[in-house]
Design a protein around this ligand. Structure first.
Ligand SMILES: [Zn+2]
Length: 704
């Protein structure tokens, strides 16, 4: 609020026609150029239509299109040809990567006094014709090992380290057993890793109805939530170690690059992992004996959960995976910048899906095509973006961000030099509630852009709807100094290689809602048409927000990056870490002063650069702006440490990375926080020194 006031005052003082200028003002643009920018942006936003967004989604979701299949290739060709028809340069980019499909549906048997075969397929749902498509793959996990195991079964709640601690306390050991865990609270790859580390020989993951089933509301096809015979596919790659092709960590999967042997890859599990539906889980869990569940273990099935482990009930699990090097296809379209061709604004969305992927990810692909169409029309009308815009349709994201990671690794030196920002869109639409994650330097820009896009349902701005919704759901976290909260980037989508490996300022966003069919056969066109976005107006809004954001970054005189927000956010992270350190009696193991000073200096420098930026924009000082822009972009790169995080060198960013035991969620000041969790004072001291050095480098870059 404060900043806006100051800006308006500045505007009033310096502009000859304060009123029109104030109306047209866009941060980062001179008065004259702001008016032109506004006209281009408005023209852009008039291009996407619900009708064509709907048709793209229908075409993209006709067949299941898992990465590396013919149907996936067909979607790549569709996207490329659409972009070409609009008039853009679009090419396929191939990589050969290590992927698995199930040879046969997994075998799951319950062995008591008799043998009972359990289902590993999803059921046909009346009313959704695509649910009977014979190409729907049975339930399986990407990067599960092949295996054939028989053992007693133990229920281990969410499969987090502390769940195993709770089991130990009641005398239950999972060694040599098969564990059954529920989805939620951690990335499924973490569940596989923790199970394996505790000596389990197999891992079954089910969707508890408390999570996204009937406890949330009516189930599909009556409502949007997960029906009883539905399971969640998904990768169990240890992407918190490194994402991408497991056989080429840190290097692109192109000809000539040597591959690891699969047994050398440290991001793959060695045990069979299998997802199941909750009707199958009910059959198993309802028969478990052994101790009553510890506190926090009870889910939404209608009986008291027991943890099992007794010999009178065993599971037989057989997974038979077809592992091979397979070709995947990214689609890359490039619009050359008119004045700064070597400064890139990169937009990315993945295209591959576990089944039809109407929400995840093709609502985003449909939006990307609408954005491409909009840009192409502007170009025909004479729009000349200052910087280069690159549209990327990624493949094999579902397996572990493979298509984006390989591309980012192949172009690493160029991207580090040229990339201004990376703007991700994954599951763009599953409802009407806007949400975003980004680096703090882009918060103001994201908010500004959402003020200029209309929310289809309310007619207010997306920003206003976003703020109203946050207020309804009010939690402490949702508001940040009177503003809508923008979350931290962890992992689980394609921004990871760009931000956490290459230090490129990144954003992610989408419109969310009641979405209970994630990674199932029911994430279909029919589901979207009926529940997610009837009318497809939020597909249009997603394209409008995304495209406007890209245009502003591509066209600005002085990039709208604000590092004062970054400094304040890092200070908050650090204060929180200090409280944890005190609670764990670790406060004596490091000196907080250098960090506090580094943050102070960083914040001061950020303020100074911001002043200079505003002044240079007003004066139209192009040479100075070029320098300031480069400093703003390169400051983020300085958060990288070439040595990487402790034990996982692929992750270079010192502030943002997924936590080792969260896998999706960010653990800011990652290594420092991990050291506190490990109660390791020596590591805490060393990690903090690295973070301080990174902040000092970023400060020096801003100074330059
Ligand atoms: Zn996705």
């Amino acid at each position: 609020m404060k900043t806006i006031l100051i800006l308006c005052l500045l505007v009033a003082i310096t502009s000859i026609t304060p009123l029109t200028f104030a109306q047209n003002a866009i941060d980062g643009f001179s008065a004259e150029r702001a008016a032109a920018e506004r006209r281009w942006e408005e023209q852009f936003r008039s291009v996407p239509t619900a009708q064509s967004a709907r048709e793209h989604l229908r075409r993209l979701t006709l067949e299941p299109h898992i990465a590396g299949t013919k149907e996936d290739y067909d979607t790549a060709v569709y996207v490329r040809d659409q972009l070409r028809n609009f008039g853009l340069n679009a090419e396929l980019k191939e990589y050969d990567v290590w992927l698995n499909y199930p040879n046969t549906p997994s075998v799951l048997e319950l062995i008591t006094t008799r043998r009972q075969r359990l289902n590993t397929r999803e059921a046909v749902v009346p009313g959704d014709a695509s649910s009977s498509n014979p190409k729907i793959t049975p339930l399986f996990n990407g990067y599960s090992a092949s295996g054939d195991v028989t053992a007693p079964v133990i229920y281990a709640n969410y499969g987090l380290p502390n769940d195993y601690d709770d089991l130990k306390k009641i005398g239950v050991d999972v060694k040599g057993k098969i564990v059954i865990v529920r989805y939620g609270n951690s990335f499924r790859g973490v569940k596989a890793k923790v199970a394996e580390d505790h000596g389990a020989i197999g891992c079954i993951i089910y969707s508890d109805p408390a999570d996204d089933g009937y406890m949330q509301g009516d189930v599909y096809p009556k409502g949007p939530w997960r029906p009883v015979a539905s399971g969640q596919r998904g990768s169990v790659q240890y992407l918190f170690d490194y994402p991408g092709d497991p056989l080429t960590p840190g290097r692109p999967s192109i000809p000539g690059v040597p591959r690891l042997k699969p047994e050398e890859a440290t991001d793959l599990t060695r045990i069979p992992v299998q997802p199941i539906a909750y009707d199958v889980a009910k059959t198993i869990l309802s028969q478990l004996q052994g101790p009553l569940r510890p506190r926090g273990f009870q889910g939404g099935l209608p009986f008291a959960y027991h943890v099992g482990g007794t010999d009178d009930l065993k599971l037989h699990l057989k997974t038979d995976m077809d592992y091979k090097s397979r070709t995947i296809w990214d689609v890359v379209a490039r619009i050359d910048g008119n004045e700064e061709k070597d400064r890139w604004v990169v937009l990315g969305n993945h295209r591959d899906a576990w089944v039809f992927g109407a929400v995840d990810p093709n609502s985003g692909t449909s939006a990307m095509l609408e954005v491409g169409k909009g840009f192409a029309q502007l170009l025909k009308s004479g729009w000349k973006p200052r910087r280069t815009i690159i549209l990327c349709s990624w493949d094999a994201e579902e397996y572990g961000l493979v298509g984006s990671t390989e591309w980012a690794e192949e172009l690493a030196p160029e991207l580090k030099d040229k990339a201004v920002a990376y703007l991700n869109l994954d599951a763009a639409v599953s409802g009407a509630n806007f949400g975003a994650s980004s680096v703090p330097s882009l918060w103001k820009l994201l908010r500004a852009v959402t003020r200029d896009v209309k929310d289809p349902k309310t007619g207010k701005s997306v920003y206003q709807q976003w703020q109203d919704h946050a207020r309804e759901e009010r939690s402490e976290d949702d508001e940040f100094r009177g503003e809508t909260r923008i979350a931290a980037l962890g992992s689980g989508s394609d921004y990871t290689p760009f931000l956490q490996h290459l230090g490129i300022p990144s954003t992610d966003m989408g419109f969310g809602g009641d979405y209970g069919v994630y990674h199932s056969a029911y994430d279909s066109f029919h589901w979207m048409d009926k529940f997610g976005d009837p009318g497809f107006r939020y597909h249009v809004a997603a394209a409008q927000v995304w495209g406007t954001l890209a245009m502003r970054l591509a066209d600005a005189d002085g990039l709208s990056f604000d590092y004062t927000d970054y400094a304040e956010q890092v200070r908050e992270y650090f204060n929180e870490a200090l409280r944890i350190a005190k609670r764990r009696n670790l406060a004596g193991s490091f000196d907080p002063k250098p960090m506090t000073e580094a943050i102070d200096d960083f914040g001061k420098e950020a303020e100074r650069v911001e002043k200079n930026r505003q002044e240079a924009i007003r004066n139209g000082d192009r040479a100075r702006l070029a320098k300031i822009n480069d400093a703003l972009v390169q400051a983020e790169r300085q958060f990288l440490d070439p040595r990487g995080l402790r034990g996982r060198a692929w992750y270079k960013h010192q502030v943002y990375a997924p936590g080792f035991y969260t896998g999706y969620a960010a653990q800011p000041l990652t290594d420092f926080r991990q050291a506190l969790d490990d109660r390791n004072g020596v590591n805490a001291k060393e990690s903090l020194e690295r973070i301080v050095a990174a902040i000092r480098r970023a400060t020096a870059t801003l100074k330059g």
